[in-house]
Design a protein around this ligand. Structure first.
Ligand code: PMP
Length: 359
């Protein structure tokens, strides 16, 4: 007898980057390098480990379900009221909850492709139909085509800015025009997981620029710039009424005691976050230039990774890097995404890339 839904069989699994310890062991080298999951490489922020140790002492108790103190700290930082913020077990869980809160089986979810690989999985999870709009030849969202793809069945559009995995970002004029074209009963989710790495002043901050629009929700994470990937803390900014509805479908207690304490400690380290992001950005530009010198047509990135549009060569390139101790993320026949690490890690990657292209 089958217990799970038959339609889940065709669903692609979320493939995490290869395990670092496994590869290190397999190659018998001192240390392999993982540049596959878009983490910032500088360890937990000062004060986070201490806050976690202290929070663990209360771990026999449930967390504050409303994450009140944390939401107030986020609200103060973002300049919005705390009743507009919802926290969750990573922003991916909140993306899932937004789909759950808006779509029923047969409804449509529109997003660019390639984009974040969780969108198809999340959409299929509620039986919604994915409408994938191909990126432009320059690897950016085709927002005009995305607006055209909206039908009466569309409930939600994901706009990933900057886009994972291509790194491209949408500028304000273009996003303004898109939002004006979207019907008011379609929710636009601005997924800004990499917002802290954006340096182009024309790329708008969704919270500052669009969060007052009734059909916009901005999704953020503390996994990347804030260094909390392993503790799982994401948040969203919505209208108060929408936030209340979204909380109803949230898994209860999904922001743990430890995640709340760590996020509160991390938020006190904004200067250090800025410093780290600046290091990553400088390296992003250096790696981009170096790859272009190797004749790879790398699009400009506004995130902490770069996209190598290698087409059919992607899997072989990924394998070749791995055999040299560097884990990257190939995406089938499209390209390879490489996270920006420390300067030393990036040098190892660039050496591996050069060898891979020769071999
Ligand atoms: N959105 C985008 C665009 C991402 O790249 C990621 C992480 N890869 C997420 C959301 C989810 O991050 P998290 O669940 O760790 O907050």
């Amino acid at each position: 007898t089958r217990l799970t839904r038959a339609d889940l069989d065709g669903l692609p699994a979320y493939v995490p980057g290869r395990n670092l310890a496994d590869l290190t062991r397999e190659l018998g080298i001192a240390e392999a390098v993982k540049l596959a999951s878009n983490e910032v490489p500088y360890g937990p922020l000062p004060g986070v480990a201490e806050a976690v140790s202290e929070a663990v002492l209360s771990s026999h108790r449930y967390p504050d379900m409303g994450a009140v103190e944390l939401r107030e700290a986020l609200a103060a930082r973002l300049g919005v009221s705390a009743d507009r913020i919802v926290t969750g077990c990573g922003s991916v869980a909140l993306a899932e909850i937004l789909v759950k809160a808006t779509a029923l089986p047969g409804d449509e979810i529109v997003y660019a492709w390639r984009s974040f690989e969780a969108y198809p999985i999340i959409s299929a999870g509620v039986g919604a139909t994915s409408v994938r709009v191909p990126n432009t030849p320059g690897h950016a969202h085709d927002l005009d085509a995305m607006a055209e793809a909206i039908t009466d069945r569309t409930r939600l559009v994901f706009v990933c800015n900057p886009n994972n995995p291509t790194g491209s970002a949408i500028r304000k004029a273009e996003l303004d025009r898109f939002l004006a074209a979207v019907p008011s009963d379609v929710l636009v989710v601005l997924d800004e997981a990499y917002r802290e790495l954006v340096t182009d002043p024309d790329v708008p901050d969704g919270v500052q620029t669009y969060a007052d629009r009734p059909n916009v929700v901005v999704l953020r994470t503390m996994s990347k710039a804030w260094g909390l990937a392993g503790l799982r803390m994401g948040y969203l900014v919505a209208q108060p009424g929408e936030a209340t509805a979204i909380r109803k479908v949230l898994t209860p207690f999904s922001t743990s005691i430890v995640a709340q304490a760590a996020a509160l400690a991390a938020l006190k380290q904004e200067d250090e976050v800025r410093r780290r992001c600046a290091l990553v950005v400088a390296e992003r530009e250096r790696v981009t230039e170096a790859l272009r010198k190797l004749a790879i047509d790398v699009p400009s990135s506004q995130a902490n990774f770069v996209w190598l549009p290698l087409g059919d060569r992607s899997a072989a390139f990924g394998q070749a890097c791995e055999s040299r101790g560097v884990i990257v993320r190939p995406f089938q026949t499209d390209g390879v995404r490489v996270t920006i690490g420390t300067p030393e890690e990036n040098d190892l990657f660039l050496a591996a890339a050069e060898a891979a292209l020769e071999g």
